[in-house]
Ligand binder design. Structure first.
Ligand code: NAP
Length: 544
């Protein structure tokens, strides 16, 4: 990046977040000759994998696929130790990428962006940090992640509790020891399901508080063998290309049969084989699990059967059997011994579906007339997903219009990439794009390439600003909902639906038509001259 490309703004591009989106953005902007800066609230790179250091944190997409595909040398030289990578290994990889491509010099760490205002006259963004710095940029890219604003519910009396408290998504940098301690885990989502077996191994006693039970599939993690890694590395480029057009951005076997068109014996054998293989491929056992409730019920019942087999105490097993949502309509969890942990003498499960946690005290909290005392409470209570991180910045577009106000009834984007009234503001994997419904790194690369190629196009054509047309945006917002309502997803009280945050609008936020289909749509839109976008060539006040 050279100073000569800087126009009237301090930099061409300001990026928020140095996770996998931010790192790849900086690399692409660097190569394309744009000046860029990045603000990151943590003191290191890695985003999700920097913050989520809770015990057991691990990716549920295979390492060979959950990694960048943009650089052949990078994908050949990096060796993953396990089939499913632990948080520490993914964080090492992010650091390796930052060093290999010399990206740290663009990043200001421990700096939170608090406000950003578009100056329509100057056609620049004015971005302010909590540390008092103001930077102007022609383009502003929010790359802060979809699941990055940790959510601790407003438990009454929370500040009275004198023991240790942790949130899985904001875990301390220093190691935490639960040895000899009485620990509570509140929540049974993906984070809790990974953390519980690990905490149970260490704590004197663990009590798990469950509001809704979740479906979890065994990860069947194993050490990476050179032979398996070679099956990828021998033709990585071709495999990556194939992944890019898969429904979830992941290469896996898809069964094109309905669960209802096969015999009971074939159905059970198929479920059994997928259960043995483990991972999210389980949901792909049949092609209508997420669209046909009767098909879905067959799979849900299979998993409930497994829970009843694994968990020895029948009453505990029944509480762990999910009944509140179709399987897969909340993110399927992947575990390493989750259900087995409830067979330990030092682990108890408390059902809080009907009687919630009562007022917290110095030592713990009651549930109904039972009082619990703890040395530590782990909040595995999730995130203000998809919009929380965008709303943490007071973003104001044309005429001072606030993004938060425009999105009061739910996010409004074109392609999950931009929002009308906010020129030159790009979101990486924003609401209305497949984002969390696919392999995140794969989707990140697609969005980053789209954003950077668009800005290169604008430079070549002398275009100053880009913004979606209102009509195109409205159509896209409707389309996202139409597609979602063809599936069972809206039937769950999930964070996809904003249901975990009191007062958040209820609507399905990601785009569910598939990663490959979405990519094709984006390609068609660009080929049609950026259909649905409008460009401006000069300052509007100078336009006759
Ligand atoms: P989550 O799925 O939103 O789970 C939060 C849990 O906290 C739920 O069990 C929820 O209960 C409970 N909870 C929330 N508020 C509560 C309250 N007031 N009282 C009692 N319980 C409460 O959050 P997460 O587990 O952190 O996972 C979020 C997402 O991050 C996942 O869906 C996944 O996409 C991603 N993730 C991925 C991995 C991986 O790759 N392996 C690992 C961790 C996370 P209800 O269900 O009743 O609302």
């Amino acid at each position: 990046m050279t100073a000569s490309t800087v126009t009237q703004s301090d930099v061409d591009v300001l990026v928020v977040g140095a996770g996998f989106s931010g790192l790849y953005l900086l690399h692409r902007f660097q190569k394309a000759g744009f000046s860029a800066r990045c603000f990151e609230r943590g003191d290191g790179v890695g985003g999700t994998w920097y913050w989520n250091r809770y015990p057991g944190a691990r990716c549920d997409v295979e390492s060979m696929q959950y990694s960048y595909g943009f650089d052949e040398d990078l994908q050949q030289e990096w060796d993953w130790p396990e089939k499913f990578s632990a948080q520490a290994d993914i964080l090492s990889y992010a650091n390796h990428v930052a060093d290999t491509f010399d990206l740290r010099k663009y990043i200001t760490f421990e700096t939170e962006v608090c406000a950003a205002q578009y100056d329509e006259r100057a056609q620049i963004w004015r971005i302010e940090t909590a540390t008092g710095e103001t930077v102007t940029a022609k383009h502003f890219v929010m790359a802060g992640g979809c699941i990055s604003t940790a959510q601790v519910p407003q438990f009454e009396g929370l500040s009275d509790f004198k023991g240790e408290t942790y949130h899985t998504g904001n875990w301390p940098r220093q190691p935490v020891s639960f040895a000899g301690k009485r620990v509570a885990v509140i929540g049974t989502g993906s984070s809790a399901i990974q953390a519980i077996p690990e905490i149970a191994n260490e704590a004197q006693h663990l009590t798990v508080f469950q509001r809704q039970a979740n479906f979890s599939i065994p990860a069947r993690n194993q050490p990476m063998t050179p032979e398996y890694a070679d099956t990828w590395k021998s033709d990585y480029a071709e495999k990556r290309q194939e992944m890019r057009y898969m429904p979830n951005g992941v290469l896996r076997e898809v069964n094109n049969k309905s669960a209802l068109e096969v015999s009971e014996a074939e159905r059970q054998a198929t479920f059994e084989a997928r259960w043995e293989a483990g991972t999210g491929a389980f949901l792909g056992a049949f092609n209508d699990i997420l669209t046909n409730k009767a098909s879905n019920d067959t799979m849900a019942e299979f998993v409930r059967g497994k829970i009843r087999q694994i968990v020895k105490d029948p009453a505990t097993a029944e509480i762990l059997c999910p009944t509140t949502h179709p399987i897969g309509t909340k993110r399927i969890c992947i575990d390493n011994g989750y259900y087995q942990a409830f067979n330990r003498d030092n682990v108890d499960l408390v059902d809080i579906s009907e009687t919630p946690i009562g007022r917290m005290t110095e030592t713990g909290f009651p549930v109904g007339d039972r009082m619990f005392a703890f040395d530590a409470i782990v909040f595995a209570t999730g995130f203000d997903a998809m919009t929380g991180t965008l709303f943490n910045v007071d973003i104001r577009g044309r005429d001072g219009r606030a993004l938060k106000q425009k999105w009061e009834a739910g996010p409004r984007t074109y392609l999950g990439l931009m929002s009308e009234s906010f020129p030159n503001l790009f979101m990486i994997t924003g609401p209305g794009s497949p984002s969390v419904k696919g392999n995140m790194i794969n989707s990140i690369e697609q969005h980053v390439d789209l954003v950077v190629d668009t800005i290169i196009h604008m430079r070549a054509e002398g275009l100053q600003s880009i913004e979606p047309e209102l009509e195109a945006e409205n159509e896209w917002v409707d389309h996202v909902q139409v597609v979602a309502h063809k599936t069972l997803f809206p039937q769950a009280n999930s964070w996809y639906m904003g249901a975990n945050i009191p007062g958040k609008p209820r609507l399905f936020m990601p785009y569910i038509a598939g990663v490959g289909a979405y990519r094709q749509t984006c390609e068609e839109i660009v080929a049609a001259g950026y259909k649905g976008f409008q460009f401006k060539t000069s300052n509007p006040s100078q336009t006759p």
